[in-house]
Design a protein around this ligand. Structure first.
Ligand code: FES
Length: 124
């Protein structure tokens, strides 16, 4: 498993599914869980939905982008972390919420975010 769809694979996918390249590209670019570039070693999703917004997700999002030096759908230069938006993780009352790989974290302040990212970077 590559973890992403290389651009060179689009013609093959289109041919095998009897679709146009534009149709395949449309699906890949529409759904956020399809990637066309290698993701970072770890993927951090930041909740942008209303309940988390009411609990400080906007500040957390800005902090995450600034400290990681990337925007959503991008990966840090060291390939350690990809940052993605998500619209509710089912952890609304404990927002702001993030998900690191498959692990949910609630009540994430900017300071806690920094500690979590340090742990993530330290993982093998
Ligand atoms: S609104 Fe963020 S977890 Fe539901």
């Amino acid at each position: 498993m590559l973890g992403y769809i290389p651009k060179d694979a689009v013609p093959l996918i289109a041919s095998e599914l009897n679709l146009s390249r534009a149709e395949v590209h449309g699906v890949i670019s529409f759904y956020h869980y399809f990637r066309n570039a290698l993701p970072g070693k770890h993927v951090v999703h930041v909740c942008r939905a209303e309940a988390c917004q009411a609990l400080g997700a906007g500040e957390l999002e800005a902090h995450a982008k600034e400290t990681l030096g990337i925007d959503f759908h991008q990966t840090t230069a060291d390939q350690a972390i990809s940052l993605e938006p998500v619209y509710c993780l089912g952890n609304c009352s404990l927002g702001p919420s993030i998900m690191i790989d498959k692990h949910l974290q609630g009540r994430v302040s900017p300071e806690r975010f920094d500690r979590l990212m340090a742990k993530v970077r330290a993982k093998p």
